[in-house]
Ligand binder design. Sequence first.
Ligand code: URA
Length: 435
Amino acid sequence: MRMYDLIEKKKRGGALNKEELAYLVGGITDGSIPDYQLSAFTMAVCFRGMEKEETAALTMEMAESGDRVDLSIFGEKTVDKHSTGGVGDKTTLIVAPIVASLGGIVAKMSGRGLGHTGGTVDKLESIPGYRVECSPEDFFSIVEKCSLAVVGQSGNLAPADKKLYALRDVTATVDSIPLIASSIMSKKLAAGARSIVLDVKCGSGAFMKSQEEACTLAEEMVEIGRANGRNMAALITDMDRPLGSAIGNALEVEEAISVLQGNGPSDLRKVACALAEEMLSLCNGWALEEARAQVKKSLDEGLAYEKFKEWIAAQGGDLEAFLAARAAKEWQQEEILAPEGGMIIKMDAQGIGIAAMQLGAGRATKEDPLDYQAGITLLKKSGDRVEAGEPVARMYACDKRRFSAAKERFLQAITVKEEPFTQKPLILKRIGGRD
Ligand code: URA
């Protein structure tokens, strides 16, 4: 078999068969297919797409290209959650302890942020001492002890996807539904949970800009998971504006804690609860109504927050030190004022994510260091009225020289006008799940 022929076939709109996909993924994994041929192939996929069975077969090949985590010793209640990436999305920090406090087993691998989107692992590392790298033995023993562990993705989980994704990232070939679906699902299948809930973000701050694209992606991933014996559900959620008010690592941990303590912004609480309900419905076999009542109880009675504290301590995190550092406020801050009065009709999530990255909360390249305290708190959100000169947001960074560029980017991301505003629903659609 020759890679040249596979590229030619895809260029003409053909579908690769199982043997061809096995050859492709084998060649990615052992490095025998050069980057220029892989890039030509991924570009051909962007233009020609993939058939459903082809995407499913590519997913399986990539899932089997490295280690597979066997969570069967924890029984049937293992449950994972994946977000396609957003701004201010700290739902894992809330959802994981809620679910673990109600009988679910969350043995989770999470990623780092890149560009305008944040990553759970970076957020957790803003807690002094928290270990995102664990040996498999430690990972299993933490899950055994508190039904919950969140670690960085192991180096050899779906290595073919790792290589392909890095290449797609620099060749403008990320935004292809079959490539995204196979990339995400190969890692989720290899990570071993019996039930998987997907949060497919849709809007200006997400890969999927339209609801139609987001639904197609979600449907494909749900089908792939089900074909592999997993219980699947997906929610399409709004990412036209950031979720919650905090964007930046330590700021987001603080906001997640506030939701776990029964406070926090209502949009964040709503999305987090909806995801937790889907997870519990799948792993515990509960009807959604029952799951809703239990999630509320866990938050109201402080069970989820107790589980959060237990989990963070089990992974070496020092929550007292984190809270003391937040209270010490050893950073610079500056308010961003509304340039004119009116209704905020737009708060572009991507632009705000980039502004937070410019403050040091995110990375433009993989090597960039993070300032864990850096970020933005939104004092107003779309749909709020502002007077000219009124603060709309507060920026934080250890280095105040970062403020001016971030402020400029933030102001480009918001639109203030005397126009009526209608907020899109936060949860746009539900796909799959228990009926
Ligand atoms: N996240 C992934 O893991 N893969 C993609 O292709 C896109 C987002």
